[in-house]
Design a protein around this ligand. Structure first.
Ligand SMILES: [Fe+2]
Length: 379
């Protein structure tokens, strides 16, 4: 199967990449950048350009209603470029602002894959977490409060013109955010590698992203200013993002979305909770792929692919335990009676479920949620 990858034309990676972003805006002759910034990044945003109009109103899990206000603010300003600086929520919002500002198309017309008509404003993304990889992906996700679901716009027009990845921007992240976002990146890589549409062109990134993240996540959680660990996590996140366009994720992401829409559990944390349970379910369908994942995670080779893959799930549990993320849904104020609805809402995300290496019934999804409810290890 042929695979199409839409790449960011200019990618700057390394300490002080933030300064290059300012130079890039000046070189382009930008006069009025509209900057969508995380609250904690507003200071960095001001340094990018003397005329930067900084909007730091975007929080986690931005809703369609919030996005409409943000787009109105951008239209009122009349920018000649859009910059996103923050975590995945901020970058996704910035990408959609750049695509819809100054154009007639509405958000409702743009939902789905390939429906976005175009983008004429330059778009620059600067991640401040190592998780989503949104700075290089064609995806943007918003919470549609009306239908209580996460909706996606996926389009080559959402791939930024330039991405500046500066690991130094991540040293101030609190440990739980480092853990959750790192496990999101890890999930992107694992789900892209063990995927019905997996492709050799993406496999290398996926495996390398798993290696970088698995080796350095705990260090970054414990030593936030360890720049070597932060750099590795940002590489892992970038590699995960590069997989998101051409291959995308699968059942972990699909099942985790209802935890975000209903309970506002941070995206990476929700993925972490479900990841080992979904892998355990998927393993019989793709033992060789999960054995390769296991080795990249740092597990020992066993006598069979199945055993190696199982050792990988054990390694994953140990890794997550060291980050101290809560792995029991029951401890997160979620009622057991909600499980059938959570399972049904996750299964309904067919654009991701169709990527999953093992098909999943309502009963399967409920069993996965029940295992996650008590945080039961089954490796
Ligand atoms: Fe994700």
């Amino acid at each position: 199967m042929p695979l199409t990858i839409h790449q960011v034309p200019k990618l700057v990676f390394g300490i002080d990449a933030l300064s290059s972003a300012g130079e890039y805006l000046r070189a382009l002759g930008i006069r009025r950048p509209f900057v969508v910034a995380a609250q904690s990044s507003a200071g960095h945003a001001q340094r990018l350009h003397p005329n930067a109009h900084v909007d730091s109103s975007t929080r986690n899990e931005p809703s369609v209603a919030h996005f409409s206000r943000l787009l109105d603010a951008a239209r009122a300003y009349g920018p000649d470029a859009v910059v996103g600086i923050g975590g995945g929520s901020v970058l996704d919002a910035a990408k959609l602002v750049a695509a819809l500002c100054g154009r007639a198309q509405t958000l409702a017309e743009a939902w789905g894959i390939g429906n976005l008509a175009g983008r004429h404003l330059p778009l620059i993304c600067i991640p401040t977490t190592s998780g989503t990889g949104s700075e290089v992906s064609p995806n943007a996700i918003l919470l549609d409060e009306e239908s209580q679901s996460k909706k996606a716009v996926i389009s080559a027009h959402l791939v930024p013109d330039a991405a500046f990845l500066d690991p130094a921007l991540t040293v101030t992240l609190p440990a739980p955010v480092t853990a959750a976002t790192g496990l999101d990146a890890l999930t992107h890589c694992i789900e892209a590698y063990a995927n019905n549409f997996a492709h050799p062109l993406v496999d290398t990134w996926a495996l390398d992203g798993i290696r970088h993240t698995a080796r350095h996540l705990v260090t970054a959680v414990r030593e936030p200013e360890n720049i070597e660990a932060r750099t590795s996590l940002m590489l892992g996140s970038l590699y995960g993002g590069l997989c998101l366009g051409p291959v995308n994720t699968a059942a972990v992401h699909a099942l985790s979305y209802p935890l975000g829409t209903r309970h506002h559990i941070p995206h990476g944390h929700a993925n972490a909770i479900l990841l080992p349970h979904v892998l355990r379910f998927n393993l019989p369908a793709a033992p060789a792929r999960y054995a390769a994942v296991a080795l990249a995670l740092g597990a020992e080779q066993q006598s069979t692919a199945e055993a190696t893959a199982a050792a990988g799930i054990g390694r994953l549990w140990a890794l997550i335990a060291e980050t101290q993320l809560e792995m029991r849904l029951s401890a997160l104020r979620i009622a057991e009676s909600e499980i059938p609805a959570l399972a049904a809402e996750g299964l309904a995300i067919t654009r991701l479920m169709r990527n999953n290496v093992r098909s999943m019934t309502q009963q399967d999804a409920e069993l996965i949620y029940r295992a996650a409810f008590v945080g039961r290890r089954e490796d």
